[in-house]
Design a protein around this ligand. Structure first.
Ligand code: NAD
Length: 359
């Protein structure tokens, strides 16, 4: 007889968010402790990042994988690709506790899921780690090009953000030209640099910040962008603020200072509190291009690797982010809802529709 969902908080959360599976991987020989969450496989196998972090307790790791796997389901659904949502957490410090044997053991656990879960990169794991996991299972995406994989995903992520920015400009100003537009990019990392290169190529005026000052100066000089402090990022009078560093930078403290017209960047979970901050942006008249939609270029690149597509198909699917962003923003305006809600509804209705043709 099934126990009541209230008897265990994991079942309660899984029931609340509709998760299918939560797998605990434990191996005393290698010291592996990992958790794999499969949220929804209606659209296809659940793809998800494998993060390695020194969680202070198991509940924290469970909470992380449940939340992130659900987010991945929405991301794949709204992007129009045929994958479901998953996520995995290896508990430990990636700087000191990661090893070949640990990752290969993890790969064996992934293999036992027979393709229900496809492992990819996340915080604390590298392409080399994917190679180790791949030694034990074929259910891996994001491999280096030398192993037949799609390689570095950040150029595609940046390209998707570029299309998201253009779609938001079109919605707000009626044309999507970047020439003369002002854009502040927070974070001059892999994605940030590729994005800045594309924006400058089309004569946008770019401001850039990074906590690593040398990096900020290097990128600013290379692309003739203006280096600014992180604090000034929020108060700049610009067309677009593009968060490409950390999540949570859009919150009630920063929104109250913001003078941008659009927020569109690559960072995950930009809104610290989705509902509260999403509505505050609406009230302030700032157009928000949902992060999980416009940063999907990297996911699309992994999908192409799985589907066996070439680079031109990856580019086409990434370009489609423009049209999807336009539909999401239109829906939000027509239905007087926040863009994150519009994106969620489009994702949910695609999953419900495709559920009808699943055996
Ligand atoms: P990255 O680590 O290469 O770059 C991040 C940059 O942000 C670094 O230069 C870092 O110094 C800087 N930074 C960190 N904290 C900062 C702060 N408080 N203020 C200003 N700068 C700060 O990472 P990336 O691959 O460029 O990814 C950027 C963001 O996009 C991340 O949030 C990532 O999760 C997200 N993202 C990346 C991809 C991808 O394909 N790389 C895909 C989806 C989402």
């Amino acid at each position: 007889m099934a126990v009541s969902a209230n008897d265990h908080s994991s079942f309660k959360l899984m029931g609340q968010f509709g998760h299918q599976q939560l797998v605990f991987c434990n191996d005393s020989a290698t010291g592996l402790q990992a958790i794999i969450a499969v949220h929804d496989t209606t659209l296809g196998p659940a793809i998800g990042g494998v993060r390695m972090l020194p969680y202070t307790n198991v509940d924290e790791a469970i909470d992380d994988v449940l939340r992130l796997s659900r987010g991945m389901t929405y991301k794949t659904a709204v992007t129009g690709i045929n994958l479901g949502g998953g996520n995995a957490a290896i508990i430990g410090d990636h700087r000191t506790q990661k090893s070949e044997v640990l990752l290969r053991r993890f790969g064996q656990f992934v293999d036992r899921l027979n393709g229900t879960f496809i492992a990819s990169l996340d915080i604390g794991t590298s392409p080399r780690d994917m190679e180790y996991i791949h030694m034990e299972t074929s259910h891996v995406a994001g491999l280096p090009k030398s192993l037949g994989g799609s390689g570095d995903s950040s150029p595609f992520t940046a390209k998707g953000v570029y299309y998201g920015i253009k779609a938001a400009l079109k919605e707000l100003y009626g044309n999507d030209s970047l020439a003369g537009r002002t854009i502040s990019v927070q974070g001059a990392g892999n994605v940030g640099e590729h994005l800045i290169a594309m924006l400058r190529e089309e004569n946008a005026k770019v401001y850039v910040s990074d906590i690593v000052e040398d990096r900020m100066i290097e990128v600013a000089n290379k692309y003739k962008a203006v280096a600014v402090s992180n604090n000034d990022m929020y108060t700049l009078d610009v067309d677009v603020y593009a968060p490409c560093a950390l999540g949570g930078t859009v919150n009630k403290d920063t929104i109250s200072k913001m003078r941008c017209r659009i927020i569109a960047g690559s960072a995950n979970n930009q809104l610290r509190n989705e509902e509260e901050d999403g509505h505050m942006l609406m009230e302030k008249g700032i157009l928000y291009a949902p992060d999980y939609l416009i940063n999907a270029g990297g996911l699309i690149s992994c999908y192409s690797e799985i589907a066996g597509y070439g680079i031109s198909r990856t580019a086409e699917l990434t370009e489609n982010i423009y049209d999807v962003t336009r539909s999401v923003l239109r829906k939000a305006i027509d239905e007087r809802i926040a863009p994150y809600q519009a994106a969620n509804r489009i994702a949910e209705s695609r999953i419900a529709a495709m559920g009808k043709i699943k055996k």
